[in-house]
Design a protein around this ligand. Structure first.
Ligand code: SAM
Ligand code: FES
Length: 347
């Protein structure tokens, strides 16, 4: 089969055999890439038209009890300037975001146990009470099923928890011993069963990642069928053990975005800040390769420069309103348009 025939097969059957995925992942000509992106756009437009959903990201704490080897806010990084936002500061960021037209708020942070489940529930239910037209997404790591149930009861709609890699051995090279792929998968299963719109995903070009690992990731995503998939390039951070590792490539990320769109046509798929960091036009290119979500930063300007997972992060200087305008312009450049709806997964 030619590569364009493989792309057609993926579009029609929403799956491929391992060897066929491998052929697509190992490289395409410029013309084949363009064909792949065009098919991915056709799929996203079938379900989501020309709309791009905005998510207001509030990075409310950079304290973390974990020590993931790739991550700039890992607990061993004593150079990280730590901060945590008060409930009132989070609510004020949400208020500003709501005025700017955001209808989804993503609360993301390190695993910071100084926020109890009750604190998180209080923040979630307050946001839902004040803005009943909006969705709340949590991205606060691995918790017990009981905790996830409480968050759901409090009104949280979605949960992002990248699986990071679906291969045990690879997982153990990226994480300290106390973290396990098994627990990560347990969390994702619980989240889905409880009823969250759930997001998984991985970094592209993470240290030690092989093509076989990526194929396992794709198969894991196919099986889990998450409503959202977050992927972005790995970018080294100077104060981590991976400081000298090679960053992931924009081209590889775009190819994977398009493949994921064809495999899970209705998925909510962000063009990430990390993609915009390794390529100044990365997010626009991501939208043209099948992505349909952008996550502008709503964190207060005073802490923006402190939530540094990797070096060179973009958009750490702008006010929320500036960010919002900039996004609108960037999205328009692609021929798509910003949507002010909640942007739930297509059902
Ligand atoms: N603590 C939560 C969790 O573990 O899901 C949410 C925050 S965590 C920092 C969010 C995501 O950032 C991770 O899932 C990881 O894929 C990504 N990330 C961390 N370090 C990165 C790096 N150096 N380059 C690119 N992405 C990175
Ligand atoms: Fe916890 Fe990165 S190590 S958020």
């Amino acid at each position: 089969m030619t590569k364009t025939e493989l792309i057609d097969k993926l579009r029609n059957e929403k799956n491929l055999a391992d060897e066929e995925f491998k052929e697509l992942l190992q490289g395409l000509s410029e013309k084949e890439e363009e064909y792949l992106y065009a098919k991915a756009r056709e799929r996203r437009e079938k379900y989501y038209g020309k709309e791009v959903y905005l998510r207001g990201l509030i990075e409310f704490t950079n304290y973390c009890r974990n020590d993931c080897l790739y991550c700039g806010i890992r607990r061993s990084n004593t150079n990280a300037e730590r901060y945590r936002l008060e409930k009132a500061e989070i609510l004020s960021a949400v208020k500003k975001g709501h005025e700017l037209g955001f209808r989804t708020f993503v609360l993301q942070g390190g695993e910071d146990l100084s926020y109890t489940d009750e604190d998180i529930c209080e923040i979630v239910s307050e946001i839902k009470k004040l803005y009943d037209d909006s969705a709340v997404t949590l991205s606060i790591g691995e918790k017990t099923r009981e905790s996830y149930e409480k968050f759901y009861e409090a009104g949280a709609d979605r949960y992002l928890l990248r699986h990071e890699t679906a291969n045990e051995e690879h997982y153990s090279k990226l994480h300290p011993k106390e973290l396990s792929l098994e627990n990560r998968k347990r969390c994702l299963k619980d989240l889905k069963e409880i009823g969250f719109q759930t997001g998984a995903g991985m970094m592209v070009g993470a240290p030690f990642q092989t093509v076989e690992n990526l194929i396992e990731d794709l198969k894991f995503l196919k099986e889990l069928e998450p409503e959202m998939v977050g992927i972005g390039p790995f970018i080294p951070h100077k104060d981590t053990p991976f400081k000298d590792e090679v960053p992931g490539k924009a081209g590889d990320t775009l190819r994977l975005l398009a493949i994921i769109r064809l495999m899970l046509p209705k998925v909510l798929l962000p063009a990430t800040t990390a993609l915009g960091t390794i390529d100044p036009m990365g997010r626009e290119k991501g939208l043209l390769a099948g992505a349909n979500v952008i996550m502008p930063n709503l964190s207060p300007i005073t802490v923006r420069g402190k939530y540094l997972l990797y070096d060179g992060k973009i958009c750490t200087g702008e006010e929320a309103a500036e960010c919002r305008k900039c996004m609108e312009k960037r999205v328009e450049l692609t021929g798509y348009r910003v949507s002010v709806s909640r942007g739930d997964a297509y059902t």
